[in-house]
Design a protein around this ligand. Structure first.
Ligand SMILES: Nc1ncnc2c1ncn2[C@@H]1O[C@H](COP(=O)(O)OP(=O)(O)OP(=O)(O)O)[C@@H](O)[C@H]1O
Length: 238
């Protein structure tokens, strides 16, 4: 693990019952990098995310956050180590206002660090400021996705994991979410974005790991992937 790495996944195997889903998956992300974990439907992206946040147990291998092995920790403890997670199914509180959804999530980060306040969230997500009193359940899919990302940031994580943020959203909304994630990246947020949609990731990610049938089959910078037609055709259906 290099000194600058915030998170490293090393050689993990994950099983659901008797079926092996991940086979020796390894990658790392350094502070300020944004890594796209790309792969087709069912390739193992969500399972990798779950293994990092402690919801799926790795049978072998390690997950380290700033050099500390966390693979045996509870999800709550892993969150306290600075790993923020934006789930695919959004999990916002429908009966609570946008502002309450955000306030519920306020927590200092590792060492008491506070990068994100409500004011800053409203500055970066003006749409949430304009609907702070609206019930979570009344938001559109794209607004809910923004709220979920904002809520995760309220916990001041060192690294933010996003599981398929473009899933199920109309193209125009996907573009807006993409611009938002770009802005977070430009602010220096360390990101891991699991996606099927390579085009969505081209403008967001600095680095890429491609997963196929539970194996990492390619790692490189985003520019290297852009130039690699073979990998794009073989694993990303483009
Ligand atoms: N709870 C489970 N029990 C058994 N098999 C599962 C379970 N969840 C996922 N799988 C299988 O594990 C494999 C990887 O699934 P995973 O959800 O990690 O893929 P993914 O790349 O995130 O795909 P998606 O785009 O569908 O979310 C798939 O073959 C899936 O059918």
């Amino acid at each position: 693990m290099s000194a600058a790495e915030i998170l490293r996944v090393e050689d993990i195997d994950v099983f659901y019952g008797a079926s092996q889903i991940l086979f020796g998956v390894s990658f790392g992300v350094e502070k300020g990098q944004s890594l796209a974990l790309l792969g087709r439907n069912g390739a193992g992206k969500s399972t990798t995310m779950k293994a990092i946040i402690g919801i799926a147990q790795a049978k072998r291998g390690t997950v380290s956050v700033r050099g500390t092995q966390v693979q045996k920790f509870t999800p709550d403890r892993i969150a306290r180590e600075g790993v923020g997670f934006v789930p695919e199914d959004r999990q916002i509180f429908p009966e609570h206002s946008v502002e309450d959804n955000l306030k519920i999530a306020i927590k200092p980060g590792v060492g008491g660090r506070v990068d994100w306040t409500l004011e800053k969230i409203y500055d970066v997500f003006p749409i949430l400021a304009s609907m702070k009193g609206r019930m979570g359940g009344r938001l559109s899919g794209g607004e809910q996705q923004m709220l979920t990302i904002a809520r995760t940031l309220m916990g001041n994580p060192d690294v933010v994991l996003l599981d398929e943020p473009s899933e199920g959203l109309a193209p125009i909304i996907v573009e807006k979410i993409g611009e938002l994630i770009q802005r977070l990246r430009d602010m220096g947020t360390t990101l891991i974005v699991a996606e099927q949609n390579m085009h969505f990731c081209l403008d967001i990610a600095s680095h890429v790991a491609v997963i196929d049938k539970g194996h990492i089959v390619y790692r490189g910078s985003i520019d290297e992937l852009r130039a690699n037609d073979d990998v794009k055709k073989r694993y990303l259906a483009v």
